[in-house]
Each structure stands twice: as C-alpha cells, then as structure tokens.
Design a protein around this ligand. Structure first.
Ligand SMILES: NC(=O)c1ccc[n+]([C@@H]2O[C@H](COP(=O)([O-])OP(=O)(O)OC[C@H]3O[C@@H](n4cnc5c(N)ncnc54)[C@H](O)[C@@H]3O)[C@@H](O)[C@H]2O)c1
Length: 250
C-alpha cells in the first residue's frame, strides 16, 4: 500500500540531499522524499545504480539529480556540495551512507568511515548553507544505540552511537536551526542483509521481533521523511528505533 506523503508540510521544490541514495534505505528515502514534494539531490559513489534510481524517480514524476560522491573523501564532499548548490538551496539533509558492519575495518578506521564521513558531510552543509538549513536526519542503528548485537564490529556500534551523540549536540547547540534527529533501524532487508534474511539464523531473529518480520527500506524511509518534515517541527535531538520492537525484547 502506498501512503500519501504529500502533506508533511514541505514546500514543493525545496532541495533535500540524500546520501547513499543508490540502494536500500537511501533509495527508498530519495523516492519518498520526491513523492513528498522535494527536489532530491541523490549522492552516491555507485554511478550506475545511482543513475537508475534517479531515472526511476523522474519516471514517477519526481524531481531528482545524481551527484557522484564518495562521502569518505573530503574533496568529493566539497565538490558535491557545490554541485548541489547549483540545483538550489539544500534545506534538508539525510545523512545515510555508511559502511556495512561486515566490512572488516579496524576500530579507528571504521569510526572515521562510519561517523567521520557523516560529520564531514554535515559540517559542509552547516558552513555553506547555515542560513537555509532546516533539518537533518541521520541513519544510525539499534546496534550501538540500543542493543549489543554481538556482530564483532565494535567500530560499527561505536560509529552509530557517535553519530547519535553528534546529532544531539547539533540539536541543542544550534537551537533547532537545523533540527537534528536520528533513526536507528533494526535489521532491514537491503542488499547488505539479504543473505541473513534468507538464512536459518535470520528466521530465528524474526521470531524475536514483536511485529514478526524484518524491516523494509520503506519503513525506515517513512520515519526519516517524517522527522525531516515540518510536521515534526517540535521533534529535535531524538533517536527513533525503527525495528518492529526488537530493541524492547530482553
Ligand atoms: N540494512 C540494515 O539492516 C541496517 C540496519 C541499521 C542501520 N543501517 C544503516 O543504514 C544505512 C544504509 O544502509 P543500507 O542497508 O540501505 O545499505 P545499502 O548497501 O543497501 O546501500 C548503501 C548505499 O550507500 C552507498 N555508499 C556506501 N558508502 C558510501 C560512500 N563512502 N560514499 C557514498 N556512497 C556510499 C552505497 O553505494 C549504497 O548505494 C547505513 O548507514 C547502515 O549502516 C542499515
């Protein structure tokens, strides 16, 4: 079922950046943001899949542009903000791109890639567009913020906890200009978790999830777009689990 997201209060044509827009949660968020009336600057480092996502949004009547960017590279981020500015003033930011917990990074490197990249993207926005910045939503995880997943990726949990703390700092320090909130997805079916979803271990996990299924990217996208929107004008500095209740289970 498709929900009507056209009445969240966004002004039609306002620009929203979505990082990691070529796949999974970022793809679903970019599509939903376009359906909510935003012009979406879709950032990703996977050119082919990014172009396909942007084409699909446009075919559905939405407004979107591809911006090729590796968010872990300072120069790329700078160039991407310049390219975004040529589309319009980016009032909204979805800071979503991040490495998978299965990537075998050491602690310091993983923290820099997982949290440092999101900080660098945000700082570029706050410095370049502080006058127009309305709201940012970060994609963290229940891992690190709410539960220990025993994944063996301490860097991933630490990066997600760090990003939630960073969002709270912005929320308070900048007094709501922009508002900053966080979504903490549970296991969400995207290319990086597809094998788990089909495995026996995956089925056992599903049995523990109160709503009885893994999340879909659109479940997380809905929370992101709501938190970003004027409808959430009094929500600032929160971390919202989007996990079917998994983090409530002892
Ligand atoms: N899928 C889950 O179960 C889950 C759970 C909790 C949190 N998350 C978080 O959600 C976010 C999105 O994950 P997903 O599952 O949708 O992943 P995904 O692999 O489906 O998509 C990630 C996208 O980000 C892009 N990307 C990765 N690194 C990048 C970089 N350095 N620069 C630019 N683009 C980059 C990839 O090319 C890809 O298009 C991540 O931050 C992840 O940690 C996912």
């Amino acid at each position: 079922m498709e929900y009507d997201f056209s009445r969240l209060g966004f002004s039609r044509g306002d620009v929203c950046v979505v990082t990691g827009a070529a796949s999974g949660i970022g793809n679903a968020t970019a599509s939903l943001a376009a359906r909510s009336g935003l012009a979406v600057a879709c950032w990703d480092m996977d050119e082919e899949r990014l172009d396909a996502v942007v084409r699909a949004i446009k075919d559905a009547g939405g407004d979107a542009a591809s911006i090729l960017c590796d968010v872990s590279r300072e120069q790329d981020v700078k160039v991407a903000w310049d390219a975004t500015a040529r589309i319009g003033s980016p009032r909204f930011l979805v800071n979503n791109a991040g490495p998978a917990s299965s990537a075998g990074y050491g602690f310091t490197e993983g923290l820099a890639l997982g949290a440092g990249s999101m900080v660098a993207v945000t700082e570029g926005w706050l410095v370049g567009f502080s006058e127009v910045a309305e709201a940012v939503t970060f994609t963290a995880s229940i891992a690190g913020n709410l539960v220990a997943t025993a994944s063996g990726s301490a860097w991933y949990a630490a990066a997600k906890a760090a990003i939630a703390a960073y969002a709270r700092e912005i929320a308070v320090h900048r007094r709501g200009k922009p508002r900053a909130n966080v979504v903490a997805p549970g296991i969400t079916v995207t290319p990086r978790t597809a094998r788990l979803a089909e495995s026996e271990a995956g089925q056992m996990t599903i049995n523990r999830i109160p709503v009885g299924r893994f999340g879909e990217p659109r479940d997380v996208a809905a929370a992101i777009c709501f938190l970003l929107s004027p409808a959430a004008a009094y929500i600032n500095g929160v971390t919202v689990p989007v996990d079917g209740g998994l983090s409530c289970v002892a």
